[in-house]
Design a protein around this ligand. Structure first.
Ligand code: G4P
Length: 530
């Protein structure tokens, strides 16, 4: 076991920030980078926001729409730790991108707007994290604004997100009366300074909550409230346990204001102390541990045409075990082909750089000319495939037609590559070979059309098709009379996905239940991984 490898693994923390759009994910990301010294420019200036600059968006379409279409990687060092933030699009139409990114994180920070509380997108994303027992920290943001009562908010988080929470920091006042934060993690009080709330005030150490010093700083009334609230917290919420946090059964909560750089350091300090190092990952044959000396990794994201001048793609690989080295032959398991990479990219806050070696938890970007698909595994020769990157049934379906017969090849190539990237899913009807595109959000149809035109010079149009859900079909016996009968009766609704798996494109929930009743030996799945 290489000692450098072990040391580097212990240094690494790879996580994602999830939230409903506008809760403050971008702002928090920026502040974390500021603390890490990864970016220099001061905080609360709107034009510095990452989403408007070049630091985290690569694609023109992203700038155009002002939506974080892409998932980017931002790395920084803090207190000797190497921290990788995998940014996740908050827009619901790109939820599948986010789900896939969540397969590559070892923990998550959930950002919630104090006034809006738990919103729809947060609910969905937290559900995915809960299913995978990902350790989660919660950051309640925008305390400088009037919002919900802190206790009510914690109730809401418990009920709507089904989390078991315990606060590790506590707000003193809110909105105009926001005075600061009592940090229960480190037992100190931090103040919003009186005259200029954009600055972080001094902190005082509190050994005892009954210390009169508190009254001197925040006044008698606020001090009494704080004491009562602390008493309530201790009687109502479980004591923090790192073990419970790590196994996903307890979620610590922090309060603050990302815009004002307030409460962020408390969050970050606790994060570096408790967040998990790179975790083992299950493959189809065995559990792979980061400390294993042989390199393994998997593709969780493909990003096309980062540089419009070179039509290349970048496959984002999460390193699961061993050390990834430049110019070294690795096995692309699905293609059973050895490949080496001369310019693997590592990501920093504002740039990417060719890297010689990377360690578990890190993300490397591999230039790709069309070899990779989401979910592909790289190893030093072992034939294993990492699990847990399923395609989900799309929500929207349309026929896709070629609008320029001279560009048939370009269209086919474009569709093929966009599907590899996971922008949408392609289904080919068995009956007549017509192609149907399925997406998570309606916006993707526009993205596909735009990108086919701008990147592949191909034109497409859509036609409505009435499909409720894509169901992946499983049978034990493809030759059974029942299965053959199913295929005959449902002929019109059967298609193949990109991997050649049989899919039943059901037009209603009723049709699904009828099918299951009539053909009991057949199983229908809403994801392609079963
Ligand atoms: P997102 O990535 O989750 O979508 O949210 P983002 O950080 O872009 O923040 C959304 C809006 O909320 C931004 O304002 C941002 O400045 C504001 N914001 C973030 N943190 C805080 C906070 O602690 N307090 C207050 N009061 N506002 C906060 P915007 O007006 O929508 O955008 P912009 O014009 O500032 O860019």
């Amino acid at each position: 076991m290489g000692t450098t490898l072990e040391k580097e693994i212990k240094r690494r923390k790879t996580f994602g920030i999830i939230s409903h759009p506008d809760a403050g994910k971008t702002t928090l990301t920026e502040k974390l980078l500021l603390f890490g010294g990864a970016i220099q420019e001061a905080g609360a200036v709107k034009s510095n926001k990452i989403k408007k600059g070049a630091a985290s968006d690569f694609m023109e379409i992203e700038r155009q729409r002002g939506i974080s279409v892409a998932t980017s990687v931002l790395a920084f060092e803090y207190k000797g730790k190497k921290i990788n933030i995998l940014d996740t699009p908050g827009h619901k139409d790109f939820a599948e991108d986010t789900y896939r990114t969540l397969t590559a994180v070892d923990s998550v920070i959930v950002v919630i707007d104090v006034a809006k509380g738990v919103e729809e997108q947060t609910e969905k994303l937290v559900q995915v994290c809960r299913m995978r027992n990902i350790p989660m920290l919660v950051f309640i943001n925008k305390l400088d604004r009037e919002g919900k009562d802190a206790f009510d908010l914690l109730d809401e988080v418990e009920q709507k997100l089904h989390l078991r929470v315990t606060p590790l920091s506590w707000p003193i006042g809110m909105g105009l009366d926001f005075q600061g934060i009592f940090n229960m993690w480190e037992n100190n009080l931090k103040f919003f300074t009186e005259e200029k709330k954009q600055k972080i005030g001094d902190s005082i150490e509190i050994k005892d909550i009954n210390d009169n010093l508190i009254n001197d700083f925040i006044g008698d009334q606020a001090a009494e409230n704080l004491r009562n609230e602390q008493e309530l917290i201790h009687s109502v919420y479980p004591k923090f346990s790192k073990e419970e946090y790590l196994n996903g059964t307890l979620q610590p909560v922090f309060f603050g204001s990302a815009l004002n750089n307030f409460g962020v350091q408390e969050l970050l300090d606790a994060f570096v102390e408790i967040a998990p190092n790179p975790l083992p990952k299950m493959s189809d044959i065995r559990l792979v541990r980061p400390e294993e000396t042989n390199f393994t990794g998997f593709v969780f994201k493909i990003h096309a045409n980062m540089d419009p001048k070179h039509r290349d793609r970048l496959a984002f690989v999460k390193i699961v075990s061993g050390i990834f080295k430049r110019n070294t032959n690795y096995l692309h398991v699905r293609q059973n082909k050895m490949m080496k990479f001369s310019s693997p990219a590592a990501f920093f806050a504002d740039k990417k750089e060719v890297v010689e070696e990377s360690y578990p938890g890190d993300i490397v970007g591999l230039h790709d000319t069309g070899n990779f698909r989401i979910g592909d595994t790289l190893t030093e020769g072992e034939k294993l495939n990492f699990k847990g990157i399923p395609s989900f049934s799309p929500e929207h379906f349309r026929y896709i037609n070629n609008e320029d017969p001279m560009k048939t090849k370009q269209l086919a190539k474009g569709i093929d590559q966009l599907m590899d990237e996971g922008v949408a899913q392609l289904f080919t009807l068995e009956m007549n070979n017509r192609k149907i595109i399925g997406t998570v959000g309606a916006l993707q149809f526009e993205v596909i059309q735009y990108r086919l035109e701008h990147e592949y010079s191909a034109k497409c149009s859509y036609e409505p098709v009435h499909i409720h859900k894509a169901c992946w079909v499983e049978t034990d016996d493809e030759k059974s009379t029942e299965f053959l009968e199913f295929k005959r009766v449902k002929q019109k609704f059967l298609a193949k996905d990109k991997f050649g798996q049989l899919v039943f494109l059901a037009d209603s929930a009723f049709s699904i239940s009828m099918t299951l009743e009539k053909f009991p030996s057949i199983k229908l799945h809403f994801t392609n991984e079963f």
